[in-house]
Structure formats: C-alpha cells, structure tokens
Write a protein that binds this ligand. Structure first.
Ligand SMILES: Cc1cc2nc3c(=O)[nH]c(=O)nc-3n(C[C@H](O)[C@H](O)[C@H](O)COP(=O)(O)O)c2cc1C
Length: 190
C-alpha cells in the first residue's frame, strides 16, 4: 500500500483597483503551480473570502499602492493572517510609476509592511497606469507625483521572484527576517 503524498497549500492573492496587480498575482500563481513539486497545491485566492487562507502553509499576498498605502482588502487580509500565520508569507506591492525617484520613495510607505517582522520578504514591482480609467481627482494625484502613464510591470522580475519563492519552498528555507527588496536586489533581476 502506498502512502499518499502530503499536500501543502500555497495561496496567492492580491488587491487591485484597475487589474494590473491581479495580473501579477495570476502570473505568480501560474509560475508556482508549474514549477513547484506535486506535493504543493497552488490556489489563486480571492480576497472577498478570507477563509481561502485557512490552513495554508504558505501565502503570497500583494496589493497595489494607492496614496502611499496598501488597499484596504489586502491590509484586512494581512490582519486576518496575523491571527494564524502561515509558515511562510511573501508580500508584494505594485506602484512605482513616478519619473522622479524621490517621489517614488516618498509615496511607497508600503515599506512599513516589511518591518512587521512576520514576512519572508516584501517585493516592490513597477505598476500599470492607464490614465483613461482614472477619475478627475485621480488624474490630479498622479500628475502631482509626476507619474508616468503606461505599463511599468517587469514580467521577467515577477517570474524571477516566483521562481525564487519556489526555490525556497523546495529547500524548506526557514524564514529569516522581513525586509523590503527591489527586484534589482539579490541579483534576481535577469
Ligand atoms: C490615484 C492613484 C494614486 C496612486 N498612488 C500611488 C502611490 O502612493 N504610490 C505608488 O507607488 N503608486 C501609486 N499609484 C500607482 C498605482 O499603484 C499603480 O498604477 C498600480 O499598478 C495600480 O494597480 P492596479 O491596476 O492593480 O489597481 C497610484 C495610482 C493612482 C491612480
């Protein structure tokens, strides 16, 4: 009689207003589902039902940054996770869209998320800004921070990070400490 392989669950989820961040979560889930061994069950979770996180061994949680903060649904999910932390937790944010680096540094207060000491990593990816979908107020805001319209998502960096997560899960690397990373750090940008 053969013993069934233990199944571990990894949930990938993200908060998004205009869809750009969801597409990054889709890509991460797709990559992890493809490269992780069969013992891993990858779920692309919806933040409308946080019970998707119940019993998860590992979680990848992301959010678009609006006005310097994670979206409410992602922040709420993080609070939910804190009540029963998974073994591993990776965070990512999307947002930097300014042509002036100091403006990006100013608005990305999601850095604070990396200081909680409960996550493996916090990664920041470039975002997507389609001004045709914005309200008048939103247009004023993005103009004020010298935002560059367009798609600034770096899919190679997203894929590299997903593969990095898979490598850590495969080797069972113990969570060391939280820290914010830019894709250019750690040599994972191709
Ligand atoms: C009104 C508005 C405010 C924004 N505020 C920030 C911000 O504070 N920091 C940042 O890095 N990006 C900011 N962004 C950029 C978004 O985070 C970026 O466009 C992101 O990719 C949007 O993701 P989504 O398509 O998933 O909603 C802002 C965009 C808009 C439209």
């Amino acid at each position: 009689m053969t013993t069934p392989a233990a199944v571990k669950t990894l949930v990938v989820s993200a908060a998004s207003r205009h869809g750009g961040t969801c597409e990054i979560a889709d890509r991460i889930a797709e990559t992890l589902g493809r490269v992780l061994p069969d013992e891993w069950h990858v779920v692309r979770g919806d933040l409308r039902d946080l019970r998707v996180f119940d019993g998860a061994d590992a979680v990848v949680l992301g959010s678009a940054i609006y006005y310097g903060h994670w979206m409410h649904s992602a922040a709420h999910a993080l609070e939910y996770l804190r009540e029963d932390m998974p073994q591993d937790l990776w965070l990512f944010s999307t947002g930097p869209i300014s042509e002036i680096e100091s403006e990006n540094a100013q608005v990305i207060s999601a850095d604070a998320m990396a200081d909680i000491g409960e996550a493996d990593e916090h990664m920041v990816f470039g975002g997507k800004l389609d001004t045709s979908h914005l309200t008048f107020l939103e247009r004023l805001v993005v103009k004020g921070v010298h935002a560059l319209p367009g798609d600034h998502r770096d899919w190679a960096a997203v894929d590299a990070w997903a593969n990095h997560i898979a490598a850590e899960l495969r080797t069972g690397t113990v969570r060391s400490h939280a820290g914010t990373k830019d894709p250019s750090d750690q040599g994972i940008r191709p």
